[in-house]
Design a protein around this ligand. Structure first.
Ligand SMILES: NC(=O)c1ccc[n+]([C@@H]2O[C@H](COP(=O)([O-])OP(=O)(O)OC[C@H]3O[C@@H](n4cnc5c(N)ncnc54)[C@H](O)[C@@H]3O)[C@@H](O)[C@H]2O)c1
Length: 337
């Protein structure tokens, strides 16, 4: 079987997780080159991979016929240009969240990948988490009855490390703050499990002005299916409470999904102890994500996270920001076009 040769583009905080993920999938893919405008970062990551080269020139990556695919791990606002250039160079693409800053940018990225016949995979590890995949199946099987609502939470303070990336919460650079950066992970779970969202209301606040933008946001959502949802996301909260960061409530029971490695439990009154653990915490989310991506690129499996997923996630975030700005409920269709 062919081994996919991957270029890591952007060698900052998250790139280490991608290196680990590829080493967990080493029989199918390998990182051959690490690219960053900062030569020290590119070299450090190449060293961590072991047998990869380092470069500061993205054009070199694109021109390299050995490279089959790129892993876009640059700051949010730089994704669009890199993804379109990679597609035009015939490379498959896994792009970190958020896909882009605007829906028009998302559309251009998706179109570029389609035109070039390459895969654009939205790198959201919640989508590929076995517990999330299973949660959806459990709900579809009716095991919590009719879905009435979901509650999501992603709140913690990542302190100095994230402060070092000044672009992250600056709305002038990225178009958003914590909801766009961290909350979007929970938005993905809400959409994956609850289906399309029709409208949102949101409030934002700032508790750590040094971050430069919104650091805490709540979003209330009305789903197409008639059920409701809420999200609390903060980059100001003093500590992460990982036990149950997502709950789906049904007329017959509830599902809880906890921790970054996803443990899934079914809660029903007719169960012994009213609870059955369906899945224990089960491994590295980035390795799962990479594995699902490789299923698509190497084996032609239908993509579990195509570019449109990133677009749908961003639409909810942008509608929430619009709700904060206007002080009213905003329908997703209002921000289209
Ligand atoms: N899935 C997750 O849990 C998670 C966590 C953190 C970050 N992320 C995402 O990963 C991406 C990167 O975030 P980060 O935390 O690693 O940021 P970071 O600032 O630590 O790293 C970004 C890197 O990109 C480099 N870079 C900038 N412009 C470049 C260019 N034109 N070509 C090559 N490299 C360039 C920078 O020098 C820097 O090293 C963002 O999209 C972010 O949202 C995801």
């Amino acid at each position: 079987m062919k081994i996919l040769n991957v270029a890591l583009v952007g060698c900052g905080i998250i790139s280490e997780e991608h290196i680990r993920a590829y080493s967990a999938n080493k029989e199918r893919a390998r990182i051959v080159i690490c690219c960053d405008i900062d030569p020290d970062k590119a070299s450090a990551r190449a060293e961590l991979v072991g047998d990869a080269r380092a470069t500061t020139r993205f054009e070199e990556v694109l021109a390299d016929s050995e490279v089959d695919a790129v892993e876009i791990c640059t700051p949010h606002h730089l994704h669009t240009e890199a993804v379109i250039a990679a597609a035009q160079a015939g490379k498959h693409i896994l792009c970190q969240k958020p896909l882009a800053k605007t829906l028009a940018e998302c559309d251009a990225m998706i179109a570029a990948a389609e035109d070039a016949g390459v895969t654009l995979f939205y790198g959201e590890m919640n989508r590929t988490l076995p517990a999330a995949v299973m949660a959806k199946q459990v709900i579809d099987e009716g095991r919590i009855g009719t879905l009435i609502g979901v509650q999501a939470r992603t709140a913690h303070w990542q302190g100095g490390v994230y402060m070092s990336t000044a672009w992250r919460y600056d709305p002038k650079i990225t178009g958003g703050g914590q909801l766009l950066d961290g909350g979007i992970h929970a938005v993905d779970l809400m959409l994956h499990i609850g289906g399309p969202i029709e409208s949102v209301t949101a409030f934002s606040a700032r508790f750590r002005p040094e971050l430069g933008g919104e650091d805490t946001t709540v979003v209330n959502a009305r789903f197409d299916g008639g059920h409701l949802g809420s999200l609390f996301t903060s980059q100001a909260a003093g500590i992460w409470v990982p036990e149950a960061n997502f709950i789906a409530f049904g007329t017959e029971g509830a599902l809880t999904l906890g921790g970054s490695h996803g443990a899934l439990a079914l809660h029903r009154y007719d169960l012994p102890g009213h609870k059955q653990v369906l899945l224990e915490r089960n491994g590295d989310p980035f390795a799962f994500m990479t594995s699902r991506y490789l299923d698509t690129v190497l084996d032609g499996a239908p993509s579990i996270s195509p570019g449109i997923v990133g677009r749908d996630n961003l639409a909810v975030v942008l509608a929430a920001y619009e709700s904060v700005r206007l002080g009213r409920e905003v329908r997703i269709e209002e921000i289209e076009g």
